[in-house]
Structures are given as structure tokens and as C-alpha cells.
Ligand binder design. Structure first.
Ligand code: NAP
Ligand code: G4F
Length: 337
């Protein structure tokens, strides 16, 4: 049985990846932060008491700021694969917390690399890089596109990217950078643009919200489904040699397009409800991201399975169900708004 360690297991991607690895018969270990409220809602459906004989999911307290604990967990578990998904992952927030973001997203990766190197275990590492690293480099962006980061988050991820590349070369470590474009879904954090929009659609129809305040509606993103993207992470660690891969759909839409499609799914006209508020604009934003995922298709055989329309619809329908409505009921209610 293979053993994997996932940092950030309580996040969107960590929870999808844990689902995937359990379905492949891995023993899965995850690092969770101590919090005064429960932060495990995304993995509650797979959690079993570790005393159970068939338990294959185990959680360990830890934090990317705490190198000694990362080292202890790696020494104890001796994982075959480590997936580093933990991060302060909100680009907008990184402008308010640049130092913290650098500590977790950049130096945290060095702590992990050092923990693996010093434990002297045969471990493959996946590092969660991001299309944000391309910043204002023109689309389409591939593995050869120059990094021009436009936020503290992106700058921290660029540092992490190069440290992973350096440890691969310097210590012959199997360490791969995934350069993932935006991926969303029903488990997406509620302050990211897509989820904020689909939740607002449901709450507006439910009569709990009147308007949706957004920032830059012109920004263009290459949006895919998170469940498809964690498969690419796993595939990168099954390759014969460690390499870096761009993962995206190759198709892009604006935030405005996303709003239009989400509201239209319940029969509403988005521009009756969406307003802008300057607090949601970033000091510098990334205007246009579109992946060229041909290397991943050719070398890994990875292709996205969920279309943009399917993604928007599944998110809207999930948020409607959280408000106790079917799509048909929502359409009927929306007709009277
Ligand atoms: P997410 O939902 O925000 O999850 C982040 C995870 O990191 C959570 O489990 C969080 O724990 C944990 N975390 C945050 N700070 C930590 C710390 N100091 N120590 C330990 N754990 C910490 O993010 P995601 O969307 O799943 O993204 C996963 C990774 O991929 C991140 O590194 C992100 O930067 C990167 N990425 C994401 C996308 C995307 O579109 N989703 C695209 C490219 C790259 P809590 O649950 O306790 O907060
Ligand atoms: O949903 P977002 O916050 O995602 P962003 O900034 O693209 O970052 C996400 O994807 C990255 C991959 O490229 C990840 F690395 C990162 O961890 C994260 O998962 O914003 C998308 C766009 C931005 O241009 C933003 O300015 O939507 C714009 N936007 C407009 N109004 C908004 C809002 N974003 C948010 N979060 N909230 C708004 O009200």
C-alpha cells in the first residue's frame, strides 16, 4: 500500500486529492492546522476513527510555519508521495498579509524540502504552483512563458517554484511543480470569485441577498474543475522523471461571462444584481490567463473532463441545494423576482 502525505488536506484541492488517493487504495496522511472551530468539513465524508481496523486516513496537527513538526511527521510516516497544497491561497488577501504569505507559501516550501532531504526517505514531492506566477505575460501561457508575478502571493509561489527546481537538481530529488490554472467546484472557498457568484445566485433566489458586490469584472481566467486537476497532480508523481507541467483547459472567460452564465442558469439577468465595489479591486491584478496544456496532454495523457458550462452549472446547482432548492424550483422563484 502506498503512503501519501497531503499538506492542506482540509482545503478544496486537498479534499479532492484525498478522495482520489483513497480510491486508489493509498494510506493517506494529512496535515491540519489547529483551529478553535472545526476546519475539516471538506473531509468529514471520508474521516473514520483511526482506531478502526480499516482506517486509511490519518490527520496530524502541523503548520507550514513549523519546520520541526513537518520533519517529525515525515520521519514518522515515511511517505512515498508528498503533495504540498497548503498555502495562504487568496491573492487579494496576500496584499494585506504579504509577510505571512511569504512565510507560508515560500519559506514553508523550503521547510518541507529540508524535512524531506534530512529524513533521507525515498519521497516524491508535488508542489502546488500557480498560473498567477505568469502575471502579465501574454496568453497562452506554457511551461516556457516568463514569470512576471503581480502579487505577494504570486511572488512567493515563484520563489517556491525555483526552490523545488533547485532541490531537484542539487539533491536529485523527485520534485515536480504543477502550474495549475484556476480550478473551482462545489468545495471552492466562499471568497473566491466563482463561488462568491454562485452562492449569491442561490441566496438572491432564496430572498436572502439583494445584490452581489464584485471587483474587476474584466479579468479573464482559464477555469476548470478541481476534481479533474487533482488527477494531474497524481499523474505528475507517477511519471518516470520529475518535471514541471502547466494544467488548464486552454479556454478562457471573463468574470463578467461567469456572472452571466451563473445568473442565466436560473433565468436571471446578471446586470440587474451585480454591482462593483472598489474594495474588491486589487492594487495589481492579472488580466488574462489562458493555459497551453499541450505538454501535460502529450507527456501525461491528462485532459480536462469538465466544460466551463458544466462547471458553472454544477456550482450553481450545489449552492441552490444548500438553500434547499432544486433548479426547477429556483427557476420558478426567480421568474417572480
Ligand atoms: P484552499 O482551499 O485555500 O486550501 C488551502 C489549504 O492550506 C487549507 O487546507 C488550509 O488550511 C491550508 N493552510 C493554509 N495556511 C496554512 C498553514 N500556515 N499551515 C498549514 N496549512 C495551511 O486552496 P486550494 O484551492 O485547495 O489550493 C491548494 C493549493 O494549490 C494552494 O497551494 C494554492 O495556492 C494552489 N493553487 C490553487 C489553485 C486554484 O485555482 N484552486 C490554482 C493554482 C494553485 P485551513 O483549512 O485550516 O485553512
Ligand atoms: O477567484 P479569484 O480570487 O482567483 P485568483 O486571484 O485568480 O486566484 C486563484 O487562482 C490562482 C490560479 O491562477 C490560484 F493560484 C489562487 O490560489 C486562487 O485559487 O479571482 C479571480 C479574478 C481576479 O482577477 C479578481 O480580481 O476575479 C476578480 N474578482 C472580481 N471580483 C474577484 C472579485 N475576486 C474575488 N476573490 N472576489 C471578488 O469580489
Amino acid at each position: 500500500m502506498k503512503r501519501a502525505l497531503i499538506t492542506g488536506i482540509t482545503g478544496q484541492d486537498g479534499s479532492h486529492l484525498a478522495d482520489l488517493l483513497l480510491s486508489k487504495d493509498y494510506e493517506v496522511h494529512g496535515i491540519r492546522r489547529r483551529a478553535s472551530t472545526f476546519n475539516t468539513s471538506r473531509i468529514d465524508h471520508i474521516y473514520v476513527d483511526p482506531h478502526e481496523e480499516d482506517a486509511r486516513l490519518f490527520l496530524h496537527y502541523g503548520d507550514m510555519s513549523d519546520g520541526s513538526q513537518l520533519a517529525r511527521v515525515i520521519r514518522e510516516i515515511e511517505p512515498d508521495e508528498v503533495y504540498n497544497l497548503a498555502a495562504q491561497s487568496h491573492v487579494g488577501v496576500s496584499f494585506f498579509q504579504p509577510e505571512y504569505t511569504g512565510d507560508i507559501d515560500a519559506l514553508g516550501v523550503v521547510r518541507l524540502l529540508e524535512a524531506i532531504r534530512k529524513a533521507e526517505v525515498e519521497t516524491k514531492l508535488y508542489q502546488a504552483g500557480t498560473s498567477e506566477m505568469f502575471g502579465d505575460s501574454p496568453p497562452p501561457q506554457s511551461e516556457d512563458t516568463r514569470f512576471r508575478p503581480r502579487s505577494p502571493y504570486a511572488a512567493a509561489k515563484v520563489y517556491a517554484y525555483w526552490m523545488v527546481a533547485n532541490y531537484r537538481e542539487a539533491y536529485d530529488m523527485f520534485a515536480a511543480n504543477g502550474i495549475l490554472f484556476n480550478h473551482e467546484g462545489e468545495r471552492r472557498g466562499e471568497t473566491f470569485a466563482t463561488r462568491k457568484i454562485t452562492q449569491a445566485v442561490a441566496k438572491i433566489v432564496a430572498g436572502k441577498q439583494d445584490a452581489l458586490y464584485m471587483g474587476n469584472l474584466d479579468a479573464v481566467r482559464d477555469w476548470g474543475y478541481a476534481g479533474d486537476y487533482v488527477k494531474a497532480m497524481w499523474m505528475m508523481l507517477q511519471a518516470d522523471e520529475a518535471d514541471d507541467f502547466v494544467i488548464g483547459t486552454g479556454e478562457s472567460h471573463s468574470v463578467r461571462d461567469f456572472c452571466a452564465m451563473a445568473f442565466d442558469h436560473v433565468g436571471l439577468d446578471w446586470d440587474r444584481f451585480v454591482l462593483t465595489d472598489p474594495i474588491y479591486f486589487r492594487p495589481t491584478d492579472v488580466e488574462y490567463l489562458q493555459a497551453d496544456p499541450s505538454k501535460a496532454r502529450g507527456k501525461l495523457g491528462w485532459v480536462p473532463e469538465t466544460t466551463f458550462e458544466e462547471l458553472v452549472h454544477l456550482m450553481v446547482e450545489y449552492d441552490l441545494s444548500a438553500e434547499g432548492m432544486t433548479l426547477d424550483e429556483a427557476r420558478t422563484k426567480a421568474a417572480s423576482l
